[in-house]
Design a protein around this ligand. Structure first.
Ligand code: AMP
Length: 162
């Protein structure tokens, strides 16, 4: 969708994919593959479209689901991280007791753009001492080099590359 939510942004709308049962099922299967043979204790989904994919992934592999939310949405004690977006600025938060040290984590979101969101999410996971196995995205905008922002040492997979 061109020029949404701001001029110059080519927004990747996933609602048509979600409405197609077979495509949605295949997407979840693909996102799970990123974890490989690793046991996943918890899946983190990023606010808000990451909740849709992350929760389905967690259910299918029998893992817990943890929402990484936009600032001010979580009711308990949180840790947070501010970051720059492709179109603006934001801060994400995680409940302090949502992950335990040593737990295996799979991060899931719909789209990797500049990598600001995922980079901040990964820092929060590490701050709580959990073990990030991989980050799994439905879509990657390769020209924005989000992988480079996230940095080395993180397994990143995406199903659709633009
Ligand atoms: P970034 O932090 O730049 O990697 O942006 C990733 C987050 O912003 C994801 O949660 C996406 O849902 C959203 N996002 C960024 N750019 C787009 C885009 N062009 N189309 C759809 N969603 C986007």
């Amino acid at each position: 969708m061109p020029d949404f939510p701001k001029d110059g942004i080519l927004f990747k709308d996933i609602t048509t994919l979600l409405a197609d049962g077979e495509l949605f099922r295949l997407s979840i299967a693909g996102l799970i593959e990123t974890a490989g043979e690793n046991k996943v204790d918890k899946v983190i989904g990023i606010d808000a479209r990451g909740f849709i994919f992350g929760a389905a992934v967690a259910d299918r592999i029998g893992a817990g689901f943890v929402p990484m939310r936009k600032k001010g949405k979580l009711p308990w004690q949180t840790i947070g991280m501010a970051y720059a977006l492709e179109y603006g600025e934001a801060e994400i938060e995680l409940h302090k007791d949502s992950l335990s040290a040593g737990e295996n984590i799979l991060l899931v979101d719909d789209l990797l753009a500049t990598g600001g969101t995922a980079g901040a999410a990964i820092k929060l996971v590490r701050e709580l001492g959990a073990n990030l196995i991989a980050a799994s995205f439905l879509i990657e905008l390769e020209g924005l080099n989000g992988r480079d922002v996230i940095g080395e040492g993180v397994r990143i997979e995406s199903l659709l590359k633009y």
